[in-house]
Design a protein around this ligand. Sequence first.
Ligand code: AHG
Ligand code: MN
Ligand code: MN
Length: 332
Amino acid sequence: MNKIVTLDEFIIRSEKETPHSSGSFSRLLRDIGIAAKIVNREVNKAGLVNILGVEGSTNSTGDDVQKLDMFTNEKFIETLSYSGEVCGIASEENQDFIPVKNATNTGNYVVVMDPLDGSSNIDVNVSVGTIFGIYKRVSDPNKPCIIEDFLQKGSQMVAAGYILYGTSTLLVYSTGNGLNGFTLDPSIGEFCLSHKNIQMPIAGNYYSVNQGYYLKFDLEMRRYIDHCSDLNYRLRYIGSMVSDIHRIMFQGGIFLYPNTRKYPKGKLRLLYECYPMSFLIEQAGGTALTCKLERVLDLEIKSLHQTSSIVMGSRDMVRDMKEFVEKYGVVV
Ligand code: AHG
Ligand code: MN
Ligand code: MN
């Protein structure tokens, strides 16, 4: 029988392979694992404890009802703040970044996150996820963090990952040296290495896009989507990017959230959604571009909540998409 490798063990082993590692980064990754377990517990009992529902209303015992996305946000912020390794957090749920005050250490890293991705799925018992990215701070380590610590390109990320709260709970992450997945074993309460060195198929037959917006897409995207349909690719769109990407990661495919007339610059957030997911897709051998064919990880970021169009997935499928843009689109 193969020995089980837990997330903590894996992190410690990887740390040993990194010369001069201070252990600080490892502790941070472990804390993300802890926050994920807490959130997982709440996601699983959401229906039972009335965590679903409208934020601001009160439950039967008079407590404030907190929506699961706010709960998740708070839990991650709390855990990361106590960790001592982080000097600031930027979350999709907060307008501004949150500086972390710590008496002993101001922390060398900042974390960016979409605490609950696919929030429209919460109330209907469908898979949701968490997305995170980690940067090394660029500001003076003896002072509070500043906006420039967060406004770094995706290519500067030192790690990224997602947690999928699905039929089982999985944590997939990369420190830029391959991609590994860990499945939560509820009987021992540990994330266990289940998917080693994930490489996505170079092509597949799934496409994932909100086809309801078809008429709002640019011509080249419509042509490409017609092509997917012509080839009998299977359309799957859960409305939670983590879940949609997770399928593509293992079965091959392409995910598109193009710019629309309503969102001329795209809807998905660069810092919390596009950068981390593109980082992971590239680590798995895939490609992530904007609809103007720029590499997502190289995009300039000017504000925390900046959005982008995105097309990512299996290498050969993104290459095909590129041909449609070159043929029918206007490339910058
Ligand atoms: P969030 O729940 O964090 O706001 O993100 C939802 C995102 C993404 O996960 C999903 O693919 C997309 O928005 C769904 O948007 P549409 O309903 O416009 O397709
Ligand atoms: Mn999201
Ligand atoms: Mn969200």
